[in-house]
Design a protein around this ligand. Structure first.
Ligand code: NAD
Length: 277
């Protein structure tokens, strides 16, 4: 399998499809990431709060894959926001991963009640300048927080990783990202495998192409230009989710899926999410 790259706003190439490991225990992550790397995934999305940076790092180390062929993302947890605490938390993430740099470092949530994301991002700029993160960005930043960050810092975030799937299409965020050349990365791209994969429109399109609902949803993201990081610990699904480069949705399929937008969040609304503040 060969996954296409998208070029981030600083020239770094990021695989358009990667592997997410939220809610995967540390030891289980070693196995799941190992399976994903064997299946051809080269981008892994973890976070300090997932508690599986060590397990992820072990899988990377034992894979035998050259470091420069891998794209590793981790995220700063909310409780560590602030300039000095960010630098310390980053060191800890690197050490758990067993790496000397990450490819992408993200502020996990803006945490408005703490009002520290600008200082936090200034520490990210230092980490970036030192070459210890090849790209820096944010996650869960609504347009107002992102605009403030753009106004008060120098390095335009390479990525904003947000909840995005056919039932929550985030058109305002995507438009702002496009304006600033910020890549849109979709979390819970499959809608957490809950109701979305049974929606009749998706099932019908899957039947039409002889593909699975999950593959249709991932194709929709890819054709929209999103970066996707589907998660699974089931080897057959890990395979299935990367086997999405041999077919294309047509304009009717895309329009039918676009009509499914209902602003349905599965996760918290970032504007009021202050866990760890
Ligand atoms: P997802 O949309 O990737 O769905 C994963 C679930 O869907 C699996 O647990 C499984 O139950 C099901 N599934 C997976 N493949 C399937 C298939 N082929 N057929 C049928 N069902 C299938 O949800 P997610 O794990 O929430 O999101 C993906 C990744 O995004 C996470 O692992 C994490 O890396 C990232 N994420 C980031 C944030 C953030 O705040 N930045 C929040 C949530 C998730």
């Amino acid at each position: 399998v060969s996954v296409p790259f998208i070029t981030l706003n600083n020239g770094v190439e990021m695989p358009q499809l990667g592997f997410g490991v939220w809610q995967v225990a540390d030891d289980e992550a070693t196995k799941a990431v190992g399976t994903a790397l064997e299946a051809g995934y080269r981008s892994i999305d973890t976070a300090a709060i997932y508690g599986n940076e060590e397990g992820t790092g072990k899988a990377i180390a034992s894979s035998g894959i050259a470091r420069d062929e891998l794209f590793v993302t981790t995220k700063l947890w909310n409780s560590e926001q602030g300039y000095d605490s960010t630098l310390r938390a980053f060191d800890e993430s690197l050490s758990k991963l067993g790496l000397d740099h990450v490819d992408l470092y993200l502020i996990h949530w803006p945490v408005p009640a703490k009002d520290a994301y600008v200082d936090t991002y200034k520490a990210f700029e230092k980490i970036y300048a030192d070459g210890r993160a090849k790209a820096i960005g944010v996650s869960n930043f609504p347009t107002d927080h992102l605009e403030r960050l753009l106004g008060e810092t120098s390095v335009v975030p390479a990525v904003n990783q947000i909840e995005l799937h056919p039932q929550l299409q985030q058109s305002a965020s995507r438009a702002l990202h496009a304006k600033h050349d910020i890549a849109t990365e979709a979390w819970s791209p499959l809608g957490q495998g809950k109701g979305l994969l049974e929606v009749p429109t998706i099932v019908a399109i899957a039947q039409k192409h002889g593909r699975t609902p999950a593959q249709v949803v991932l194709r929709w993201h890819l054709q929209l230009g999103n970066v996707v990081i589907p998660k699974s610990v089931t080897p057959s699904r890990i395979q299935e989710n990367i086997d999405v480069f041999g077919f294309e949705l047509d304009a009717d399929d895309l329009a039918a899926i676009t009509a499914l937008d209902e602003g349905k969040r599965l996760g918290p609304d970032p504007a009021g999410f202050n866990l760890g503040a």
